[in-house]
Every structure is written in structure tokens, then in C-alpha cells.
Design a protein around this ligand. Structure first.
Ligand code: CA
Length: 634
């Protein structure tokens, strides 16, 4: 069964069944075309035919013959005789810019070996997610990727890329498979409306502008005109990422659509969205409209769409944009629906636990925001802005420093201790059910990059110089994010001082500002090595099992004022770990717990643990300045 959707165009070589839910339409006609737009060579109208129905709001038409790769749209007539056209909101394929839907033979879009393609088995590793954008990933001319593939899905299929295509400094997926992260989170890859697919080089957008929820974006494909191409290439990307041993998390934006006048609205006016008392669109998304997951039509749509991406595209998880625009019940149903799929339990689900503005959901529905995390399924997680703000300061007040970048106050130290409750004091875990629900992070696509934030706070101008204190500060911040209880997450390039030259909201481009500058892996080789060592050490320190309920086995340690330290039980090579954070620019003395301790990470180097005989320390010891330190029992 390749077509799990209740509506849309269900293709077999013998016939195609079209189904549309249009509860207010008096009549619907199906129109068929050779191409996805009238501007293309071979454009031809193939005729129109009235659909049967409605039966409970559903119109149906069975077209005999093989309609593969034909394009279609609907003409809807309401009871007053007004006629509207719409593409199919349930379409699985579409033409250029998503303006016409397409009948697709999904089996033909499978790359070789697709039936055996699987996401990675993490074997007890706790996920660490690396966020990127398809175009940013490879559009750097130095990426080593074939020019035709730069900025495209197919860039991910190049396995052995190196900087400038010469030497041995890996780039793109070749780099990532050695970094130690478990998942790539891709900013929107569903079809969005804010880049003209006919000339993508003329524009740029992050893509939080859904046009066709169940179709991949065309501007990342080698041919946006033939709807089957983007599907095949998107699958090829996912297969390549899986072969590199990594999972794919899809950033999904079900909270709003690009246009108020979307296909959903055109085919079923008022059914899928929330409105204000005067009938105008509600706007919790801050983008002009908000969908209504608390009502059946959109809830069912969202569940079908998510199942489809999981099953057809083998994605390994979903990141929900503005998740508090959705209601808790829907989000728990999402988790349950994914869990019912074969192997579905391993799919990650997490989101932003906020909305841009208050929602207009039903008064009895509960927004899936921070205040409601205890009502979430315990495997539905959230981005923890509390830890982020404590670590580096709020993104909304850029000159307000955080604990790790020059402001180690009592209050912020207490917040860092609270962030470590998942290890040491589960009774005070706060709003989460378990530490596996928390994503610890310091940077994502929104706001300043970590490097830019630190640069701006210093009053510095030069984003391209490897300033030593700033570098050490990056090590402390990432050292904390990746040793505090929770899932790991960082913006791609955080590990090589990614800069957008002080632009805190680069969603519209330009490409040159957003793309990963792979040359910085050379300039920041020391920082890359830090992340790599830390991610390797984390496998011992933060196994997935330790993030589950009832597995807290740690204690806070005696530390100098406003430093933070905790002891964790280990397994295998090290039976216990000590983790210390010193946010000061001077060394701070500590008395280590009894016994001898191997220095696994000293705050500057995170790969000491790889040595046959790491340095051994005991008794009184000096925490290095501005450091996250890990010691292991001998
Ligand atoms: Ca598009």
C-alpha cells in the first residue's frame, strides 16, 4: 500500500482515483493537464470532468487508464454559483512552484535499494542533532560538491567531498559522518512558496512557508518541472544520510500556511483554520494565520501527513515549529500514531514549546507549550530556552550576558544547577517528565549564531578572527550543553565558529550569508576537534538509558562559589564521572572526591580520554579558567 492518504490521487497503472473533501462545494470538476504550468513546452489542457458526489462532503472520480505524471487541479462551485480553482491539498506530487498537482507512481520514485533503506540504530546512544538547511549545506563553492549539485538534495549523495575538492579536509556529509552527531535536522524540505522554483538562484528563504505539505520542495531538485524528480532526489538524499549512519529529522511547519488562501482553505473554507470573532484569520503563528489542530479536519490532515513522510520518505523524526500553536491532545496522538508504525518508536519528536502570539484554540484544548510538558507523552520533547538563556543570555537582549559568557551570578548558577537536576535531583525536574524530553542547545537557525553573539557582546567587529577567549567560551558553552542531561542540539557550523556577520534574522538570505563556509573547518580546526572529542566522550557520559525516568544517579559536588559540579555513575571503562563548569577567567580550586581520577576533558582538549593513559589527578585540583571539565574514575 503506497497511498495511505484518505484523499488525493490514488494511482495504479489501470486507473487513478481522485478523492476530495469539499464540504461546502455544490459541485467539483477535475481538470487534467500535460504539464505543471502553461509556460512549459508541451503544455496542453487534457479536458475536464465532473466528479461524483458529494457523499458526506467527499467528491470522487475514477479515471480509467494510465495517468502517470499527468497534472491536475479542481474547479469548485459553491451553492451561489461562485467558481474557485485549487490544487489538491492532499497532493503527493506537483509541478513547478506547486501550482498544479500531479499523479505520481511512487514506486518509480524509489532509488535502488530503497525497500531496505533504514535509519540508524543508535544502540543506546542519546541523540545529538545538527541543524542545517539543504541549500546552506553545500552551496559554498569550496564545498567540494559538483557545481550542479550545490545547494540541492543531490549534494548529500556525494560521499567523499573535501575542501576545494582537494586534500583531505572533509566537507558536507563526508565531514558529518566523522563528527559524532546522530541526526541531521533539515529546515523545511516540504514544498514552500517563498522561492521561485523557476529561478531559485534569484532568491533565498529558510522555507517556513508551507505550500504543499506532502511534496518535497522543488528548488532543491535538479528539475522542479517534473514532479517525480524532486521526490526521487529527496529520497536519494535521505538514503545517503542513512548510509552515512545518520538519521534525518524533518522540520515541519503545520502551524500555518504560506498563504491564507491555501489549497486547504480553497477546498474547505473555514474548516482547517482558527478565526477571530469577526471571522478574520487568527494569527498565533505571527505569519498571518493559524491552523486548527484542535479540530478534526486539520488534526486528521496532520496525522496523515506525518505518517506519510515517515513511511514513504523514511524520515527519522520531526521537529515541530511553534508547537504551542498545536494542542497537547493532537501532539500525543501524533506520538501514538508514529509508535504504531513498524519501528516507529525510534522516531524523534520534539518542538518549540511556544507560539508567536496567543492561540485561538478551543478553550478546553491545551496548547503544547512549556506549561503543559508534564501532560506530553514522555517521548515528545522541547527546546529548552531556559538553559539557553541561562548559558548565554536571552536572544532578545543581546548585551545581557549569560553564565558561560561573562556573567556567573548566583542566580544564573542556580539555573545551571537546576538544568542538572535531571542527573542529581529528579524530584525537582521542573516541568518535564524526564530529561530525555529536554533539548539542550545554545544556537539554532533563529537569532545570532553563537560566534556572532559572543563577538557582538564583546563589542568586536571581526567575525573572522579566531579570538582565543571567544573560542574558549564556545568550548565552555558546548561543553555544558553536551554534558547537561538532555538531548544534544546545535546549529550546523557552531563547531567552526559559524558567522552570519552579525545578522540575527537571515531568513530571506542572501545565500552567501547563510551558507556554511567550509573553509572555517580549517581556521577553526581546534574547535571542530573539541566537538568531535566531546561527542565521543558523551557516548559514555550520556547514554540514552540515563535520560529515562528513574535513572538519575548523580550528586552535586562541592564547588567554589558559582561554579557547578556533579558526579555521575558510569558503566564500563569508567565507573564514575565528575563534571565541573568554571565560568570564571581564572582557575578555581576544588577538592576532588576520594580516589584517583583520569582527566578525560580538561576544558581545552576533549580527546584526552582517547589516550591509553590519560593524566591522573587527585585531592586538591585547580579547575582551568572558563572550562567544562570531565574526569573519570581510575
Ligand atoms: Ca516551492
Amino acid at each position: 500500500m503506497r497511498h495511505p492518504m484518505p484523499f488525493g490521487a490514488d494511482y495504479t497503472p489501470e486507473r487513478t482515483v481522485f478523492r476530495l473533501w469539499a464540504p461546502q462545494a455544490a459541485g467539483v470538476k477535475l481538470q487534467r493537464f500535460c504539464t505543471g504550468s502553461d509556460e512549459e513546452p508541451g503544455a496542453r489542457f487534457l479536458g475536464e470532468v465532473p466528479m461524483r458526489g458529494p457523499v458526506e462532503g467527499v467528491f470522487t472520480y475514477t479515471a480509467p487508464g494510465n495517468l502517470k505524471n499527468e497534472y491536475y487541479q479542481y474547479l469548485l462551485t459553491d451553492s451561489n454559483g461562485n467558481v474557485t480553482w485549487s490544487a489538491d491539498p492532499w497532493a503527493l506530487a506537483c509541478g513547478v512552484n506547486g501550482q498544479r498537482s500531479m499523479v505520481v507512481d511512487l514506486a518509480e520514485t524509489d532509488p535502488s535499494g530503497w525497500a531496505k533503506d533504514r535509519g540508524p540504530d543508535l544502540a543506546g546512544k542519546a541523540p545529538v542533532i545538527w541543524e542545517t538547511h539543504v541549500r546552506d549545506f553545500s552551496s559554498d563553492p569550496r564545498s567540494g560538491v559538483t557545481p550542479a549539485h550545490r545547494g540541492k538534495y543531490l549534494a548529500f549523495t556525494e560521499a567523499d567531498t573535501t575542501l576545494d575538492g582537494a586534500g583531505d579536509r572533509p566537507t558536507c556529509l563526508n565531514y558529518l559522518k566523522q563528527l559524532g552527531v546522530t541526526h541531521i535536522q533539515l529546515m523545511p524540505i516540504f514544498d514552500y512558496g517563498s522561492v521561485d522554483e523557476r529561478c531559485p538562484e534569484g532568491g533565498y528563504n529558510w522555507g517556513y512557508d508551507p505550500e504543499n505539505y506532502n511534496v518535497p520542495e522543488g528548488s532543491y531538485s535538479s528539475d522542479p518541472y517534473h514532479g517525480e524528480v524532486r521526490i526521487r532526489e529527496c529520497k536519494e538524499m535521505i538514503r545517503a544520510i542513512h548510509r552515512a549512519g545518520l538519521g534525518v529529522v524533518m522540520d515541519v511547519v503545520y502551524n500555518h500556511t504560506y498563504r491564507n488562501d491555501s489549497w486547504l482553505e480553497r477546498t474547505a473554507p473555514g474548516e482547517y483554520y482558527r478565526t477571530m470573532p469577526d471571522g478574520s484569520p487568527a494569527n498565533a503563528s505571527g505569519c498571518g494565520n493559524e491552523t486548527a489542530s484542535d479540530r478534526k479536519p486539520f488534526r486528521d490532515y496532520m496525522l496523515s501527513s506525518l505518517r506519510y513522510w515517515a513511511e514513504e520518505y523514511h524520515v527519522d523524526g520531526f521537529r515541530f515549529d511553534l508547537m504551542a500553536v498545536h494542542d497537547v491532545e493532537t501532539m500525543n496522538l501524533v506520538r501514538a500514531a508514529l509508535d504504531r508504525l513498524p519501528g516507529g518508536e525510534r522516531l524523534l519528536t520534539y518542538g518549540e514549546p511556544w507560539s508567536a502570539l496567543p492561540t485561538r484554540m478551543h478553550p478546553e484544548a491545551i496548547p503544547a507549550g512549556k506549561a503543559a510538558v508534564r501532560q506530553f507523552n514522555s517521548r515528545l520533547g522541547i527546546f529548552c530556552d531556559d538553559t539557553r538563556n541561562a548559558l548565554v543570555g536571552s536572544p532578545f537582549t543581546v548585551f545581557e550576558k549569560g553564565y558561560a559568557n561573562g556573567n556567573p551570578t548566583d542566580k544564573l548558577a542556580e539555573r545551571i544547577r537546576a538544568a542538572a537536576h535531571g542527573w542529581c535531583d529528579r524530584a525537582r525536574l521542573g516541568y518535564a517528565n524526564n530529561p530525555g524530553q529536554i533539548l539542550q542547545y545554545a544556537s539554532c537557525h533563529d537569532n545570532y549564531t553563537l560566534w556572532d553573539r559572543l563577538t557582538i557582546e564583546e563589542g568586536a567587529q571581526n567575525y573572522d578572527c579566531m579570538e582565543p577567549h571567544r573560542l574558549q567560551c564556545c568550548k565552555l558553552v558546548s561543553g555544558m550543553c553536551l554534558t547537561l542531561p538532555g538531548l544534544g542540539f546545535f546549529l550546523s557550523g557552531e563547531e567552526f565558529g559559524r558567522t552570519k556577520h552579525g545578522d540575527g534574522n537571515s531568513y530571506q538570505g542572501p545565500e552567501e550569508l547563510n551558507r556554511l563556509d567550509w573553509g572555517r573547518t580549517e581556521l577553526f580546526a581546534d574547535l571542530v576537534a573539541w566537538y568531535r572529542g566531546l561527542l565521543g566522550l558523551r557516548e559514555w557520559l550520556v547514554p540514552m538509558g540515563r535520560l529515562q525516568p528513574e535513572r538519575a544517579k548523580g550528586d552535586y559536588l562541592e564547588v567554589p562559589e558559582n561554579c557547578v559540579g556533579f558526579r555521575l555513575d558510569g558503566e564500563g571503562t569508567w565507573s564514575a564521572f565528575l563534571v565541573y563548569y568554571n565560568p570564571y577567567e581564572t582557575g578555581k580550586p576544588v577538592t576532588l572526591p576520594a580516589g584517583e581520577w583520569q582527566l578525560l576533558c580538561d576544558g581545552k582538549r576533549s580527546d584526552l580520554w582517547k589516550n591509553d593513559a590519560p593524566p591522573v589527578v587527585s585531592g586538591g585540583w585547580m579547575l582551568p579558567p572558563c572550562s567544562a571539565v570531565v574526569l573519570g574514575s581510575c
